[in-house]
Structure formats: structure tokens, C-alpha cells
Design a protein around this ligand. Structure first.
Ligand code: ATP
Ligand code: MG
Length: 557
């Protein structure tokens, strides 16, 4: 490798990769350990996907490993359903964790750490109410002040803390605080709360505990217990880093280090779990995995591939500045990958009957390529005959000059089949178009065309004899504005009322009868689609993943 290309490579490292390389080069760590620490209080979303790709990606790149740690220190909100969905989503994204841990596994160890701090005179039991504690804390410009409880003896603190554990006190009666610095410019350093009393059932520890550790006294210690070398979190934890380091230093435990990057936000959606839960509870969507949700399960049901989501995470990268990424970029990543892997199929959404009046033969078998981008994908058989369906929108009775689809007297090619000409329009008494009578050119067959006829339009079609009805769910973005949370009023006021358009009675070519859930297709001229898990052999439902082109960009919305 030349010097120039070495620097080139160096430049393309993100700031976390640089930190890791420095730490490995200096021998600070022999190998790295990262963790992904979701709180099991909701389904994972595309922002979490960034964090997953980052944590697992770093460990993979540098030969380390990643733990999955459920941050279940808050007993009231966590549910097993969420734990299961989180596991499934990470696996689906293509990552494997080395160990599965729960912060609640460390409750005994954390209790012991707390006792150690008390013994060192570095923690005390405080009887103040939360209002009193807030008032004594001061403001960013005014120092806080300690109260009389901070003067308690080690023995008294040990006894009271034990009694807190044993359930002698009610919720809110006492807390355990670290004795750090009530005058610190960092408000979080002003004797932060380490433990609170909560008589609540925990999904794993049941009713064993009457006290639960706060975030600041669980996260860093859990990292340390697991020997996590690089603990990566989002920017709002910058002020917590000082407490993180202080506790590790005072407890003299493994020196995990915290690094922060900016949250990844996506336009035209909301990401906070609270808001996503509201969408589910208030039935704006059908569930956490509704294909309009920015959740990983929603994206999966929508037809996104893990590859496209990883590509998206890679493209937006990591940085220190928060920004909103255009939803269009995620859709672009989907198109990029789907174009390579999706099988091409024909589905007519709004059928118009075409009769080929000069077609005498029996059913004819044609071959159409499954994917022009992938020669290995082969071809499929299709049948052609006298009665077909084309898209109603592909016909215009009075067409402008530059109209290249079908019109009276005009000619088009039917994909993988023949060139046809529209000879006659059949209407009912009210003037509705019922059928087109067309003729075909027998010597114009795709691949062996000797007709010498040049047409500009190619239409998708299905054979009336073997097509079958399917339901199409056309999904669009869930919100009409870029940042629904940043707008006036409740974010639900900005829901896109046309985010789901259901089309019944679309007609599909027979090859689609073999579709299984999560197969991906390109319906020619229509977009990318996937089979919905609610489909049955009697009722196929296809979800639109994305259109073929970015229609929003064009519409200037
Ligand atoms: P919410 O605020 O919606 O409840 P959270 O950040 O509390 O989300 P956690 O389950 O605590 O959700 O997150 C697990 C990990 O994912 C954390 O390390 C968190 O920093 C990271 N994460 C969450 N949201 C994003 C995001 N939008 N971009 C990048 N990382 C994120
Ligand atoms: Mg959180």
C-alpha cells in the first residue's frame, strides 16, 4: 500500500473508528467489546438500526464482539413481547451478539457496588422529597447546597440502605445519592440519585427488589461488568459521561469509556417510542409492524431488505451533529438493492379488456426474463392468447401527439410478446369503455421481431385465462410534513390521510401464485412489492415497498 492510499484510507475512517484504531495501536485494549443496550419498552426503529450497525459493525471490523444488553432497570415499562421483537430484528438485520445480558442480571452486583460507595463515604441516603431535591440542586448558574442528610454516618447509611432494599419504606420516601459535588457546573454531578424505591413487579426479577438503580448507576457499571471497551451512545448522554467516569474510578472497576454520536432522525416520520406507541394505541396504524411505521418490523413487512437498511446506515454514517435524513435516501437504498434482486412480474391494477381479434392460435407460451439486472435469475413462462388485460390508464381515446401508449389506431408492444394495434373501442350505453378490439402482428414477437415496426411504448399485461385477482396495498409516507414533532399542535394532526390506498381486484400473472412472504418483486412500471404476511392462498396481498422513481421529489413536496 502506498503512503498516499494509506492516508486516503485513514481519512475515510469515522471518528469512532479512529478512536478504536488508536486504542488498539497503543495497546490500551487487546480487542474491543461493544454493546447494543435497548430498553425493552417498544419496537426497534430505523434510528436503532443505525446504532446496531455502528456497534456490531465496529466490533466486526476490528475483530471484537458485541453484547446485546437489555436495559431493563425500569420495572414498569418493560415487556417480554418487546424483548422478543428486538432479538428478531437484530438477527434479521444480519448481526449476531456474543452474549445476551440483562441489566437486571446485575442487580446484586450493583447493590454491592452501592454498599462499597457508602463504605467509602461516597454515597448517602436522603429523605428529601423530589421537589426538595430539585430545589436544593440550584441552577446551571447557581450552585446547589447539601442538606443535613448528607452528614449521615456510614453506619446509618448502610442500615437505611438495607432497609430500603428490604421494603421498609414507601415509594419516594428515601433515595440513595452519590456524594460528588453540589457546586459542579455540570448539574448531573450534583449528588445524582443512584437508587430509588419502587415497589413494582419486574419482568425478570419479580418482586425480589424494592429498590431499582437509576440509569447513571446501571449503565456504566453494566458496561464495566461486561468489559465493554467502547460504550457508544447518543449525544444527550454527554453530560452523564462525568458521572460515568467518576463511578468507575471510585469503584475501581474495569475502565469502560463512553463515546457519543448524534442521533439519526428521518424525515416524514416520528421516532420516539412514546409517539410510535401512541400511533399504535390510537389505531392510526395497524400495529408496530404496520408497513408505514419506521420500525424495523414495519420496514421488513413493507419489503425493505436488511441490505438496504445497512446500506442506509453506512451512507448516513456517524457524526456529532444531529440532522434529519431525507426519507428519500432510505427509499433510494431500497431501490438500489431491490433493482438487483427483485423478480420482475406483471400485475394490472385497473384492468381493461383487450381482445386480439386476429389471434387464431391456442395458448402460446412466451418467456420473459426474471431480472434483466441478474442473468442468473433466468426466465419464466407466460401465456399469450386472445383475451388479455392491460392497464386502463394505458389507453386514451383522444390522445395527444406524444402519447406512446395505446389509442385508437396506435400501436404498442406488449412486454415479452407482440406489437398490437387498437382497432375499435367497445362502450356501454353510458359511454364507458368496456373493451378494446385490437389486432396483433404475428411476426413481431419479442426476441424474433421481423416486422420492421417501431413502437415507442411497451405495456405490461396479463392473460385473461390464467391471471388471478390480488389485493394491492399502496403505502406512502405516514406524515405530510418533514418534522411532524417540530410542528405546532399534536404530531398526529400531520398524518398523511392517503398513506394507504387499497386496490382490490388487480390481476396478477400466474407466476405470482408461488410467492411466499418476504419475496420481493418488481411489478413492471409499478414499483417494488412484497407479499404481506396476512395473505392466504385464496387472497393474496402485496405491499408496495417503494415506487420505481421518487414521485415526491418530482411533485416538489
Ligand atoms: P426513545 O427515546 O425513542 O425511547 P431510546 O433512545 O430511549 O429511544 P433505547 O432503547 O434506550 O431507545 O436505545 C437503544 C440504543 O439505540 C441506545 O444506545 C440509543 O442511543 C440508540 N438510539 C436510539 N435512537 C436512536 C437514533 N434515533 N439514532 C441513533 N441511535 C439511536
Ligand atoms: Mg433510552
Amino acid at each position: 500500500m502506498t503512503e498516499a492510499s494509506k492516508t486516503e484510507e485513514k481519512k475515510s475512517l469515522n471518528f469512532l473508528e479512529e478512536i478504536v484504531e488508536t486504542d488498539l495501536a497503543s495497546g490500551k485494549y487487546k480487542s474491543i467489546v461493544t454493546r447494543f443496550p435497548p430498553e425493552p419498552n417498544g419496537y426497534l426503529h430505523i434510528g436503532h438500526a443505525s446504532s446496531i450497525c455502528l456497534n456490531f459493525g465496529l466490533a466486526q471490523k476490528y475483530g471484537g464482539y458485541t453484547n446485546l444488553r437489555f436495559d431493563d432497570t425500569n420495572p414498569v415499562t418493560e415487556e417480554t413481547e418487546y424483548v422478543d421483537s428486538i432479538r428478531e430484528d437484530i438477527k434479521w438485520l444480519g448481526f449476531e451478539w456474543a452474549n445476551e445480558f440483562y441489566a437486571s442480571d446485575y442487580f446484586d452486583q450493583l447493590y454491592e457496588y452501592a454498599v462499597r460507595l457508602i463504605q467509602k463515604g461516597l454515597a448517602y441516603v436522603d429523605d428529601s422529597t423530589s421537589e426538595e431535591i430539585a430545589a436544593q440542586k440550584g441552577t446551571p448558574t447557581q450552585p446547589g447546597r447539601r442538606n443535613q442528610y448528607a452528614e449521615r454516618s456510614v453506619e446509618e447509611n448502610l442500615r437505611l440502605f438495607e432497609e430500603m432494599r428490604d421494603g421498609k419504606y414507601q415509594d419516594g420516601e428515601k433515595v440513595l445519592r452519590a456524594k460528588i459535588d453540589m457546586t459542579s457546573p455540570n448539574m448531573i454531578m450534583r449528588d445524582p440519585i443512584l437508587y430509588r424505591i419502587k415497589h413494582a413487579h419486574h419482568h425478570r426479577t419479580g418482586s425480589k427488589w424494592n429498590i431499582y438503580p437509576m440509569y447513571d448507576f446501571a449503565h456504566g457499571q453494566s458496561d464495566s461488568i461486561e468489559h465493554v471497551t467502547h460504550s457508544i451512545c447518543t449525544m444527550e448522554f454527554v453530560p452523564h459521561r462525568e458521572v460515568y467516569d467518576w463511578l468507575i474510578e471510585k469503584l475501581e472497576i474495569f475502565p469502560s469509556r463512553q463515546y457519543e454520536f448524534a442521533r439519526r432522525n428521518l424525515s416524514h416520520t416520528v421516532m420516539s417510542k412514546r409517539k410510535l406507541l401512541q400511533l399504535v394505541n390510537e389505531k392510526y396504524v395497524s400495529g408496530w409492524d404496520d408497513p408505514r411505521m419506521p420500525t424495523i418490523s414495519g420496514l421488513r413487512r413493507r419489503g425493505y431488505t436488511p441490505e438496504s437498511i445497512r446500506d442506509f446506515a453506512e451512507r448516513i454514517g456517524v457524526g456529532k451533529r444531529e440532522n434529519v435524513v431525507e426519507l428519500g435516501l432510505l427509499e433510494f437504498c431500497a431501490r438500489e438493492h431491490l433493482n438487483k434482486i427483485a423478480l420482475r412480474r406483471m400485475v394490472v391494477f385497473n384492468p381493461l379488456k383487450v381482445v386480439i381479434t386476429n389471434y387464431e392460435g391456442v395458448e402460446e407460451i412466451l418467456h420473459s426474463e426474471n431480472n434483466p439486472e441478474d442473468p442468473g435469475a433466468g426466465t419464466r413462462e407466460m401465456t399469450f392468447s386472445r383475451e388479455l388485460y392491460i392497464e386502463r390508464e394505458d389507453f386514451m381515446e383522444e390522445a395527444p401527439k406524444k402519447y406512446f401508449r395505446l389509442a385508437p389506431g396506435k400501436q404498442v408492444r406488449l412486454k415479452s410478446a407482440y406489437i398490437i394495434r387498437c382497432d375499435e373501442v367497445i362502450k356501454d350505453d353510458e359511454g364507458n369503455i368496456l373493451q378494446l378490439n385490437c389486432s396483433y402482428f404475428p411476426n413481431s414477437k419479442s426476441g424474433e421481431d421481423s416486422s420492421g415496426i417501431h413502437v415507442k411504448g411497451t405495456l405490461h399485461w396479463v392473460n385473461a385465462k390464467d391471471c388471478f385477482p390480488v389485493q394491492i396495498n399502496e403505502y406512502d409516507r405516514l406524515f405530510t410534513v418533514e418534522d411532524p414533532s417540530g410542528e405546532e399542535g399534536d404530531f398526529t394532526g400531520y398524518i398523511n390521510k392517503e398513506s394507504l390506498k387499497i386496490i382490490e381486484g388487480a390481476l396478477a400473472e400466474p407466476a405470482l401464485k408461488n410467492a411466499v412472504v418476504h419475496d420481493r418483486f418488481q411489478f413492471l412500471r409499478k414499483g417494488y412489492f412484497t407479499l404481506d404476511p396476512d395473505s392466504t392462498p385464496a387472497h393474496f396481498i402485496f405491499n408496495r415497498t417503494v415506487t420505481l422513481k421518487d414521485s415526491w421529489a418530482k411533485a416538489g413536496k
